[in-house]
Design a protein around this ligand. Sequence first.
Ligand code: ATP
Ligand code: MG
Length: 471
Amino acid sequence: MMAAYKRLIASIKNIFNNPKNIAEPQSAPIEKIKHSLPPQRIRRSEHILSRQLISKSALKVLYELHRAGYQAYLVGGGVRDVLLGQLPKDFDIVTNARPEQVKNLFHYCHLIGRRFVLAHVHIGRDLIEVATFRAHEMQEVGDRVIKDGCIVRDNVYGTTLEEDAWRRDFTINALYYDISDFSVIGYANGIEDLRLGIVRLIGDPLLRYQEDPVRMLRALRFVAKLNFQLDPATAAPIQQFSHLLDNVNTSRLYEEMLKLFLTGHAVQSLQQLRQHQLFGQLFPLTEQSFIENPIALTFIEKAMQNTDERFAKGQSVLPAFLFAAFLWHPIMRLFEKEREENANEQALLFHCSQRVWTEQNKRVAIPRRIITLMQEIWVLQLRLTRRKSKSKRNVGLVQHPRFRASYDFLILRANSGEPLETWIKFWTRVQMGQDASIEETPTPETSEPKKIVRRRRRPHKKNNTKTTPTV
Ligand code: ATP
Ligand code: MG
């Protein structure tokens, strides 16, 4: 694939070598730079984007739109990633057909979104997103709503591909594959930036971040994912604008977190977000724990490495594990502070975790079902490191549906410097079916938590984890 990409680069070099074709990228309002940057069209014979590299379902949608007399293009990541020799996350399509017209063409299609109305076309098990051309204008016309410079709703359709291109976020995303002649079209110098490995906002970064602050996260995600450089003008306002993320819908931010951390480049994403001071904006308690306790940072770094390795091997990467890791040290900090006064560890942990995730949810809304799983992982941290592990009942924890995730979590904690080696050995042996019941049980010196004098278990009260102490 890399060889093919090099061929592409060589074949289109003549375009870049011709100074007339390259205008200086500028950080200026779009209306001012539009005319100085003509689009570049690369014929089929000069690029590597073959139909074999596009999903069959996406092709079907492109052909169907084309057959019905509409313009149809693959856009964004589907073009960008294939040209870079990578596998795209999804294939996005753009057309001049209105959402209702798209809906009329396909059997299984429904319209979604308020901010942007999009058509979701279902082909077999695949879902293909089809957007209608939009125009970039910072005026409240038609169904466009702007609040404090931020586009809240944007359903003003454009009539040309060019208009659509200039409202896109980054130059490397203003790339199109034309199904009518299989050519690739690049706007705003996108092909040149792809060649140079630069993530650059289209237009004036100050305005474009104000319109949609999520673009700051997207910029850092593309740097992390593609291993590109961030254009200095695109990077400059991020720190000062970090607070704009407070105005973004918290569920949308949750979705962005999944794309940043669960798609194979979590280590780079963390590094980018911290470098540009956005991590603390999204996870303030976690950032605080890094400052107070070096183990907390090592723990998260190891968790990110682990997630990337699992992703590369095609193993599952769970949102619950990720967020459980992010919030573990903030919870432990609170737990350590309050544990002396409380006798029931599990109830205390539950109480501390509830306080922490409630605070966290003000920034990034973690769905309730994920929180339930996270809580299971946290509670199992206590149960897996309890001296009563030798009892049959505790050894039976290996059957718990969250045992495996909790055991992996324990390993991460041990790898980040917590004294848990003996427990890891113990549970490893238990899983192998070996009798690890007595001698292997860790001593109070290596186990934790250990200070609490526990009350005797009351046999009939099963759900003491559900006790919710007042905050
Ligand atoms: P990936 O699929 O890997 O996340 P992508 O570039 O395809 O990358 P999508 O979120 O799938 O990103 O969006 C598809 C395209 O829509 C982008 O390439 C970009 O052109 C446009 N786009 C998405 N989000 C925005 C935004 N906030 N502002 C402007 N354009 C956007
Ligand atoms: Mg995409």
